[in-house]
Design a protein around this ligand. Structure first.
Ligand code: C2E
Ligand code: MG
Ligand code: MG
Ligand code: MG
Length: 277
């Protein structure tokens, strides 16, 4: 706590807070430029089907390496972009890229689903569904190739916002699927499974990390997979890094895995060679 001698007892910021605020405003400023100059990139991380062993889906992940401030991770970037409203521009960029890429792969004879992360803030835009459907049309991307990943926090907030649920239903009717991401980390409620058009559960990597050491986690994940299957949902595990983790998940009946064990996120050009190897 920095306090000036003899000054009023006004709330003063700690040095750490100052640094954080400073970094935030720098990121904001640089982000505007980056969006303007198309400096954001997308990497794709493959998912492998555990029955066939085939890679049939990827997740689009935003990447930003700024020439002045260096790499800004999505975990830092997304919250700041949400606060400033710039998230909508990031979202538009990712959606267009993902659709264009899905079509490009299709033209190479590769049928690849592409997952896009969208936050609740992005869905507050009343034109979100319309924008997505227009982008499908513009790019010629079939709706069934697009999967939208939402988090439990999203689900919690969407519950109170009928326009968000309506937009999700519109997209579902057109053939887009929804994934409940980071499953098990937030406010998962069985209500959402009923209320929201969710087809896939993605178990958070935090559980996968402790899977081989903890029998309790094993029981939990086994239970979640069975719950998902009995609800007719597809169940995916993320953050899979080892053969042992993969084997356990396969044994439980998990449908697909994503993680460094399959591949790190890579550029779009690398995907064709990954699926043929
Ligand atoms: P997420 O959607 O849960 O994505 C998975 C994250 O785990 C990614 O981090 C990915 O690189 C990382 N990961 C994948 N496999 C492994 C593994 O085996 N081990 C470990 N340790 N990590 C693994 P990333 O790319 O840093 O993204 C972090 C989060 O930022 C994402 O979590 C997502 O919530 C958000 N995000 C990323 N791109 C976007 C975007 O374009 N829009 C929005 N709204 N959010 C995004
Ligand atoms: Mg995700
Ligand atoms: Mg996740
Ligand atoms: Mg995550």
């Amino acid at each position: 706590q920095v306090r000036k001698a003899g000054g009023d007892n006004i709330l003063s910021l700690s040095e750490a807070d100052h640094k954080k605020l400073n970094r935030k405003s720098i990121i904001e400023k640089r982000l505007l430029t980056a969006l303007d100059q198309h400096h954001l990139k997308v990497l794709y991380q493959p998912q492998a089907d555990l029955k066939t062993g085939k890679i049939d889906a990827v997740e689009a992940l935003v990447r930003w390496d700024d020439k002045e401030i260096g790499v800004v991770s999505p975990d830092e970037l997304i919250p700041i972009a949400e606060e400033t409203g710039l998230i909508n521009q990031i979202g538009s960029f990712i959606i267009e890229e993902a659709c264009r890429q899905a079509v490009a792969w299709q033209q190479q004879g590769i049928e690849m689903k592409v997952g896009i992360n969208l936050s609740v803030r992005e869905f507050r835009d009343k034109n979100m569904a319309k924008f997505i459907l227009e982008t499908l049309m513009k790019t010629g991307c079939p709706a069934h190739l697009i999967q939208i990943e939402i988090t439990e926090k999203f689900a919690l907030e969407a519950e109170a916002e009928t326009s968000i649920i309506q937009q999700m239903r519109t997209l579902e009717e057109e053939g887009i699927t929804f994934v409940l991401d980071d499953f098990g980390t937030g406010y998962a409620s069985f209500r959402y499974m009923q209320l929201l058009p969710i087809q896939t559960l993605k178990i958070d990597q935090m559980y996968i990390r402790s899977l081989t050491q903890s029998e309790k986690t094993q029981r939990l994940i086994n239970g979640i997979v069975h719950f998902g299957k009995s609800m007719n949902l597809t169940v995916i595990a993320e953050g899979v890094e080892t053969e042992e983790q993969k084997q356990l998940l396969k044994q439980y009946g998990c449908d697909a895995i994503q993680g460094f064990f399959i591949s790190k996120p890579v550029t779009a050009e690398k995907i064709p060679q990954l699926i043929s190897s």
